[in-house]
Design a protein around this ligand. Structure first.
Ligand code: TRP
Length: 453
């Protein structure tokens, strides 16, 4: 059994928890969760999403960490070695390649949206120094989307920030960013939550988020909820598997996995409870949705709050940091693989991947302006990329991950990685979920996409 990875190791259990939480908590919680919840009508969707976290997210989270730590290499090569070790087909390496491609696709639009948050942080800083403020949030957001040059610029800035950390190796800068700045973002969310309560619309928001209207449930809702569960936990593309490869042998996987999933879920719910009162208070239809939701609603709140401009600057900058610690994990699997498969240095490998991600991101940039007429089905280019990567590739990756950990790896191996750290009933529950329940749920949702059900 290997005890270390050629790419480096986390210095402690805390370092892994911080890195994995940094990866999980990001735009998925604060940008994506509110806007897709809005589009899916609230309550029922949120409960289905929470169900997906428990029944699919947690088992796959454990599986990814187990595979990564056992293999100790990039996902592609960990899967090759483990397949060889148990006499399974090397075709399982394909899971690693699917992960790399999904990571690219997600990185490409993720970086563009993170660019929006940088731009907003910058707008508020300028306002602190006397520039005119955001008086008409819809117009401000609309003019940003219409400006391909500006979008490309911020997308480039964000990609450079990401490549900087990945090139230097994952650990040092990251631990600090996550350990200090993420708690600050959390405190800011709590301040926003307090403001939300002060609007008098907290309970309306809670009702929207948690009171299910089961008559509204559609198969599309299950597809979106499952995709979001994977997206928000950073699962299904071998990112957490890669982080698991750097995890010291003594660390208790169930405990760290659960901690990461729980913090991520709490942040998403608090973000929802902070943002929806504002939306309702300013007379926006909570079901109006759209990828611009937080960018068109939160500025209304910041314009009214005491110290609002200052909070606005801090909020969007910290959100950019949260996105930063997430995007690193989108690049890490591909970078680790390139380093193993070629004789490129880590720096060159990371730069190459960032350049490709940046170029691909231009499709998202142009989907709001010069290519806004281009649609695939009912989606623009960004919507199509987001759908294919998040709602199809991540669940497929998660399915293969669960099957590999549950059926292909021997029970001796998974027991060794999980069992002595977890009571017997819990190991049995994990095995049962990973072998049967999780794959069936994913297959059922996938089948509904194809219109089979
Ligand atoms: N989880 C991050 C978020 O919520 C996004 C992310 C980072 C991700 N790494 C990932 C999503 C890997 C899927 C797979 O913002």
């Amino acid at each position: 059994m290997k005890t270390s990875s050629i790419h480096g190791m986390w210095s402690s259990r805390l370092a892994f928890v911080l890195a994995a939480t940094g990866s999980a908590v990001g735009l998925g919680n604060i940008w994506r969760f509110p806007y897709i919840t809005s589009e899916n009508g609230g309550g029922a969707f949120v409960l289905i999403y929470l169900g997906c976290i428990l029944l699919v997210g947690l088992p796959v989270m454990f599986s990814e960490i187990v595979i990564g730590r056992r293999g100790r290499m990039s996902p592609v090569n960990s899967l090759r070695e483990l397949s060889d070790a148990v006499g399974a087909s090397r075709a399982w390496m394909g899971l690693g390649f699917i992960g790399i491609i999904a990571g690219f696709l997600i990185l490409s639009f993720y970086s563009v949206v993170a660019g929006w948050t940088l731009h907003y942080g910058f707008l508020y800083i300028k306002e602190l120094f006397g520039a005119p403020g955001i008086t008409d949030p819809d117009a401000t957001f609309g003019s940003l989307l219409g400006n391909a040059g500006q979008l490309t610029f911020w997308h480039g800035v964000f990609m450079l920030m990401t490549v900087g950390v990945v090139a230097l190796g994952v650990e040092k800068g990251l631990e600090r960013a996550v350990g200090i700045l993420m708690p600050m973002l959390f405190i800011l969310l709590l301040i926003l939550l307090a403001y939300g309560v002060s609007t008098g619309h907290f309970w309306d928001a809670a009702r929207f988020l948690f009171q299910p209207d089961w008559s509204q449930v559609s198969t599309g809702m299950f597809v979106t909820a499952l995709g979001q569960a994977f997206f928000t936990l950073s699962l299904g593309m071998c990112a957490i598997m890669t982080y698991g490869a750097y995890l010291p042998a003594h660390v208790n996987i169930p405990r760290v996995g659960t901690a990461v999933a729980a913090s991520d879920t709490v942040v998403a719910l608090i973000a929802g409870l902070a943002i929806f009162p504002v939306i309702i208070a300013f007379g926006i239809d909570p079901g109006s949705g759209g990828a611009g939701l937080i960018f068109t609603s939160l500025p209304l709140a910041f314009a009214q709050m005491p110290f609002g401009i200052f909070y606005g600057a801090l909020f969007f900058l910290l959100l950019s940091v949260a996105a930063w610690t997430s995007s690193i994990s989108l690049m890490e699997p591909a970078t680790a693989y390139l380093v193993e498969a070629t004789n490129l240095s880590r720096k060159t490998a990371a730069l190459l991947i960032a350049l490709m991600g940046w170029l691909l991101g231009l499709a998202t940039v142009f989907s709001f302006n010069i290519w806004s007429e281009v649609t695939i089905g009912d989606k623009n280019l960004m919507g199509a990329i987001e759908f294919v990567a998040t709602d199809i590739m991540l669940p497929v990756g998660g399915l293969l991950t669960a099957l590999f950990a549950g059926w292909v790896l021997s029970k001796t191996i998974t027991k060794e990685e999980l069992d002595d750290k977890m009571p017997d009933w819990a190991f049995k529950a994990w095995l049962w979920l990973t072998r049967i329940v999780t794959p069936m749920l994913i297959l059922w949702v996938m089948a509904s996409i194809l219109g089979f059900l």
